[in-house]
Structure formats: structure tokens, C-alpha cells
Design a protein around this ligand. Structure first.
Ligand SMILES: CSC[C@H]1O[C@H](OP(=O)(O)O)[C@H](O)[C@@H]1O
Ligand SMILES: Nc1ncnc2[nH]cnc12
Length: 291
């Protein structure tokens, strides 16, 4: 199978340069319109797609990002591996602004988003015990290290609904009681949907601030976040552009089973499935739904 890398760019990351044959393509999804058109092309011979999560010009809030349409559109294009690049607050002194963290766990506190492709008419339950792909995450670590970025391997990301930042009490709860490492507003349900769509998913957190718990840093200020983001955009670019060589053009099946997540997940009996729902799931679950 051919590797096809999809990059979802978060706040401050709205474009990707250097793609050969670059073209913005609009993809229709039965789950609605994606955040924007998707930039496609090749980097060192490897197929790449770039989708700005909030849309060019930052038009979507964390709540209104069309997560299902975005993942469905990437799957429709043929993407095999998704890398999320996100701005995050830090709960750890040693994960300082400017550092990158390769996230490997999530606590999902979001509540106002569609969280599954499945539901009435076709019910499925996938495991997200290990929500990120170790193979893809290892490639991100190698790329970050080669680019000279200070990077931490592993970390738990608290996904909050937003758009307001946390209160001090919430920040302390997430840090001191729940033991989370970073905080953001967008990686859930994105990671869950990527798993349902049998896509490998890795999350690269760019630390922009210490949230509100840090006695020496006070409240989160969006201006400071933007300044840190701008200063680190080059690092994000350097990381992403190293991935094609690390992953290669020929893709072996995921050793962790991300690309087979639906093998035993669908519970609805074939004769009880709603044909309209099944049709909507054609890209996400066509491999197991057949037809
Ligand atoms: C710019 S601060 C808040 C905003 O930034 C992050 O977005 P993303 O994960 O897409 O980089 C965070 O989750 C909030 O949505
Ligand atoms: N402190 C923070 N909380 C939530 N999302 C963020 N994105 C960047 N910094 C953040």
C-alpha cells in the first residue's frame, strides 16, 4: 500500500509549503463540509495532504470544527496516516513553551461535538485504550529530534470544550489530581474518529503556555500564545517535512492494528443495518461493510 500522509494544522498553522504539484482540492463528505479545502501534493515522492483544522483565516472555534467531515474527507482522499499539530498549554514545569510533546493519551472532557461516525442504523465500538499510533508517533519523535527540537515522548492531553481557557481550579484539578501533562481543545474527538476510520493518528503538541496553574506565569494570554506559535511555526514545518523520508513510500500494515480497528467492531446485524447509514459510512468503514 502507498503511504499517504495527512497533516491537520492547528492554530497558527494554516498552510504548508514545499509540496510538489500542490493543489487545493475540495472534498465533499456526507458528514458535512470539512474545515477548508485540502492541499495535496508530494514531498520527496510521498503523497501528502494538509488540512487547516480551523480553516484558512481561523473561522472555526474548537467546538465548530467539523471533526467528522475532516476525518472522512482525509479518508476519502486515501490518506493512511494523520499527524495533528496543535497548540497546547503545559501542566509540567519541564514541558516549557517552545517544547514539543508527542502525546500518547487523552482525557476527553469535550461535550458539544459529534464523537462517532456510527450510531442508530449501524452501531460500532472501537478500542481507544491506546489512541495514538506508536509507529507514527516514533516517526514524529525522530523527525523532531533530527530537526533539533526539544521534544518529550509521551504525555496525557486534557481535551476541554473551550473556547474559554480553564479556571485556576480546573487547571489545578487536571494537573494535581488527574496527572495530565498538556491541555488543548481539539484533539478529541479527532483521535477517536481517526481510529474509527482506521487511520493511524499521532499528535504533536507545541507548548505555548503554562495554562493558569503556574505561580510565576498568571493567566493564559492569547497574545503570548500567538507569539510562541509564530516563533515555533518553523519547527513544526521542519518536523513535518522530515516525515516522508522516515515513513517511506511503501506502507506496511500498521503493526499496532490501527488500520484494522473495525475488524470486530460493528455490532448491528447485516440485515438490521440502515442502508442510508451504511452508504454514509462508505469511506470510513467500506473495508468491513463490503458492497
Ligand atoms: C490559539 S489558543 C487556543 C486554541 O489553540 C488550540 O487549537 P489547535 O489544537 O487546533 O492548535 C487549542 O486547542 C485551542 O483551540
Ligand atoms: N492553556 C491552554 N488551554 C487550552 N488550549 C490551549 N491551547 C494553547 N494553550 C492552551
Amino acid at each position: 500500500m502507498e503511504t499517504f500522509i495527512g497533516v491537520i494544522g492547528g492554530s497558527g498553522v494554516y498552510d504548508m509549503d514545499g509540496l510538489e504539484g500542490a493543489e487545493w482540492v475540495s472534498i465533499d463528505s456526507p458528514f458535512g463540509s470539512p474545515s477548508d479545502a485540502i492541499l495535496t501534493g508530494r514531498l520527496n515522492g510521498v503523497r501528502m495532504a494538509f488540512l487547516p483544522r480551523h480553516g484558512r483565516g481561523h473561522v472555526h472555534s474548537p467546538t465548530t470544527v467539523p471533526y467528522r467531515a475532516n476525518i472522512d474527507a482525509l479518508k476519502r482522499l486515501g490518506v493512511t496516516d494523520v499527524i495533528s499539530v496543535s497548540a497546547c498549554g503545559s501542566f509540567r514545569e519541564d514541558m516549557a513553551p517552545g517544547h514539543f510533546v508527542i502525546v500518547d493519551q487523552f482525557v476527553d472532557r469535550t461535550f458539544a461535538r459529534d464523537k462517532s461516525f456510527f450510531g442508530a442504523g449501524c452501531v460500532a465500538h472501537v478500542s481507544v485504550a491506546h489512541p495514538t499510533c506508536p509507529r507514527l508517533s516514533a516517526a514524529c519523535l525522530e523527525a523532531a529530534t533530527a530537526a533539533g527540537i526539544t521534544v518529550h515522548m509521551g504525555g496525557t492531553y486534557l481535551a476541554m470544550e473551550g473556547p474559554q481557557f480553564s479556571t485556576l481550579a480546573e487547571s489545578r484539578l487536571y494537573r494535581d489530581v488527574w496527572g495530565c501533562d498538556v491541555i488543548g481543545m481539539t484533539n478529541m474527538p479527532e483521535a477517536k474518529l481517526a481510529r474509527e476510520a482506521e487511520l493511524c493518528y499521532a499528535s504533536v503538541a507545541m507548548i505555548t503556555d503554562y495554562d493558569s496553574w503556574h505561580p510565576d506565569h498568571g493567566a493564559v494570554e492569547i497574545t503570548a500564545i500567538i507569539a510562541t506559535l509564530t516563533a515555533n511555526a518553523g519547527n513544526a514545518r521542519a518536523l513535518v517535512t522530515r516525515l516522508p523520508d522516515l515513513l517511506g513510500q511503501d506502507r506496511a500494515p500498521c503493526p499496532h492494528g490501527c488500520d484494522r480497528a473495525l475488524d470486530h467492531a460493528i455490532l448491528t446485524a447485516p440485515d438490521k443495518r440502515d442502508p442510508a447509514v451504511v452508504e454514509r459510512l462508505r469511506a470510513v468503514a467500506g473495508r468491513v461493510l463490503g458492497g
